[in-house]
Write a protein that binds this ligand. Structure first.
Ligand code: FES
Length: 315
């Protein structure tokens, strides 16, 4: 199977705040990197069973580098701690190519981008793209304190389109409803940040057309409960493999000696995406959009299961 993973070099590490670092990644040989669209993320392999996805924050126009921002999570299960304590310029990283589950709408309408803390990273890439396309937008970045405000130089380059809201200087958290009220009707509204901010954003946009409201969460997918057992037929060889209730399709195929490609095993990198020939997937990944899941064309076999007793895959 073709393995699309990339090996890139960490070429620079920028100290943004006490808890946020920005990493620049470049190809080893100067070859242009796979293109991406604003809002996309990279899957990064940080060690055995340590896989994280990080939003790309540079302009999608740039093909010579990727930039990601990483916030040190006090409750880190290893990912952000590894990036902050171990990752140095010169190190090599293995990544799955960019995927986008938080794209900009194809629209000329104004965009309001609202980011909380490190959640601003995909919105910075969006701001670059909108600015380069000369489309109207406004970016609001909310942080608790000025000392905790990363990317100030990059945001300053975006000029007056950026508003910084500092909770401790403004007497409280971002008054989301006020900002949303300033957005012209028909505006596309984007939010990425901590769960309380996303919850408030969703509540405040309940009366807006759903196709103009866009959110992304940085939460890791929850471990799904096991499902029923089923069988998987491999269309190319005609083999059939049984998948036990507590086993993933990927694990069953690997146990049966079927070649597979995988990395995160959490439904976030996309490396195990497989075409469905017949049957209906029960999608449990964090990559496919609701429309893509409903289309039932592909599935992530590391985490998704089958609604039918029998599933035929293009393997
Ligand atoms: S291995 Fe990463 S999505 Fe399946």
């Amino acid at each position: 199977m073709h393995d699309p993973r990339l090996t890139l070099r960490v070429t620079a590490v920028f100290w943004e705040t006490e808890t946020v670092k920005r990493f620049e990644l470049r190809p080893l040989d100067g070859t242009p990197l796979p293109p991406f669209t604003a809002g996309a993320h990279l899957g990064v392999e940080l060690g055995p069973n340590l896989f994280r996805s990080y939003s790309l924050m540079n302009s999608p126009r740039e093909r010579h580098r990727y930039e990601i921002g990483v916030s040190l999570d006090r409750n880190s299960q290893g990912g952000s701690r590894y990036c902050h304590e171990r990752l140095r310029p010169g190190d090599l990283l293995t990544l799955s190519p960019p995927r986008n589950t938080f794209p900009l709408a194809a629209s000329e309408a104004p965009a309001l981008l609202i980011g909380g803390g490190i959640g601003v990273t995909p919105l910075i890439s969006m701001a670059h793209a909108l600015s380069e396309a000369k489309k109207p937008f406004r970016l609001v970045h909310a942080v608790r304190s000025r000392a905790e405000a990363p990317f100030s130089e990059i945001l300053a380059e975006l000029g007056e389109t950026v508003t910084l809201h500092v909770d401790e200087e403004c007497g409280g958290v971002l008054p989301l409803a006020n900002f949303l009220a300033t957005a012209a009707s028909g505006s596309h509204l984007y939010c990425c940040g901590p769960q309380p901010m996303l919850d408030a954003f969703i509540a405040a946009t309940a009366d807006r057309p759903t196709n103009t409201v866009h959110t992304e969460s940085f939460a890791l997918p929850e471990t799904a409960s096991p499902g029923a057992g089923f069988t998987v037929e491999l269309a190319r060889s005609g083999r059939t493999v049984a998948v036990a209730p507590d086993q993933s399709i990927l694990a069953a195929l690997q146990a049966a000696g079927v070649p597979t490609t995988s990395s995160c095993r959490q439904g976030i990198c996309g490396l195990c995406e497989t075409v469905i020939v017949t049957g209906e997937a029960e999608h449990r990944d964090s990559l496919l959009t609701p429309d893509e899941q409903a289309a039932n064309r592909t599935m992530m076999i590391c985490c998704s299961r089958s609604r039918s007793d029998h599933l035929v895959l293009d393997l």
